[in-house]
Design a protein around this ligand. Structure first.
Ligand code: NAP
Length: 287
């Protein structure tokens, strides 16, 4: 039987710590404020954005939302980001993805000033992560690393296998795990015989977006499983990329879906907004 890594509980603990920190900052006259830009009417994005605004409210972070029509021009989106970059009252800027296909999301991310890049997606943040400098770390990978810390899972010398190489999850995780002295292997849709890699994993991180892709025969006994995937099964229930029921009895640690990595992502976003507010007010960030 595996230890269930309780992301919901850990995220709550982090949010409570951040609330205290936010109150202390307010006493010193420092407010924290997040601006969220959403383009179009994506139902999943609406849920994510609502959860982010609720978390801000709970912690005491001010929140501003920009809902743009899905036919907005690239130059108008860029113009808005530049305006928010200059706005002294805004500490963090988040562009909710996906955005409509006619827009260039990388160009938009690149426009966000490094100081307010609370999602950790700008080339400056990514570059700093690669060379081991303090930076904004993309929220989902950051949340995964916090889970390892909390459960004293030492990655030194471990074979960490990451499934997925997206810019927001898989790639930053490579750097985060390398920094913890793991030996890192990354698999993707063109990887042949993927089970040859997964079977060697001491720690397996699945972030591909395919329901129950990782099955019991693909992992070894005692594996640590981090399931980043969020999928709906035939009954509309949320499931991860991992066959939880069959793997849990042989794993040493495992994250559930829901209640695993998901809540950690929002907690780390809140952390990054407070980090941004402190740094913009010349304070050293604690976390
Ligand atoms: P993404 O951008 O679609 O990337 C998916 C990655 O998985 C790609 O690198 C792709 O390979 C790889 N892949 C797809 N099919 C594969 C297969 N059959 N075998 C091996 N690799 C395969 O997705 P993402 O944004 O990283 O998200 C991944 C999952 O995590 C999704 O379910 C998403 O909803 C979830 N997610 C959860 C959170 C959270 O807070 N819990 C946050 C972000 C994302 P190629 O590069 O070759 O195409």
């Amino acid at each position: 039987m595996a230890v269930i890594i309780d992301g919901k509980m850990l995220a709550k603990k982090i949010r409570q710590e951040l609330k205290v920190e936010c109150e202390e900052l307010i006493k010193e006259g420092i407010k924290s404020k997040l601006a969220v830009i959403m383009v179009g009417d994506n139902p999943a994005s609406k849920v994510y954005v609502r959860n982010k605004s609720r978390a801000c409210e709970e912690i005491g972070i001010e929140y501003e939302e920009y809902l743009l029509k899905d036919d907005i021009k690239q130059e108008d989106l860029i113009e808005l980001i530049k305006k928010l970059n200059k706005d002294e009252n805004i500490n963090g800027i988040l562009l909710q993805s996906p955005i409509p296909d006619h827009l260039n999301i990388n160009e938009a991310f690149k426009t966000i000033t490094y100081r307010k890049d609370v999602d950790g997606f700008t080339p400056s943040s990514v570059g700093k992560l690669c060379i081991g400098e303090d930076t904004f770390i993309s929220c989902t990978p950051y949340g995964v690393m916090k889970m390892f810390d909390e459960y004293n899972i030492d990655l030194t010398g471990k074979n960490v296998v990451i499934l997925g190489r997206s810019n927001i999850v898989g790639k930053p995780l490579i750097q985060c795990c390398l920094a913890k002295n793991a030996t890192v292997t990354v698999c993707h849709s063109k990887t042949k015989n993927i089970e040859e890699y997964t079977k060697r994993a001491d720690v397996l991180i699945a972030a591909i977006g395919k329901a129950k892709f990782v099955t019991k025969d693909m992992v070894k006994k005692g594996v640590v499983i981090i399931d980043v995937g969020i999928n709906r099964n035939e009954e509309g229930k949320l499931v991860g990329d991992v066959d939880f029921e069959n793997i849990e009895p042989i794993a040493s640690y495992i994250t559930p879906v829901p209640g695993g990595v998901g809540p950690m992502t929002i907690a780390m976003l809140m952390n990054n907004v407070i980090k941004a507010a402190k740094e913009q007010n010349n304070q050293i960030s604690k976390l």
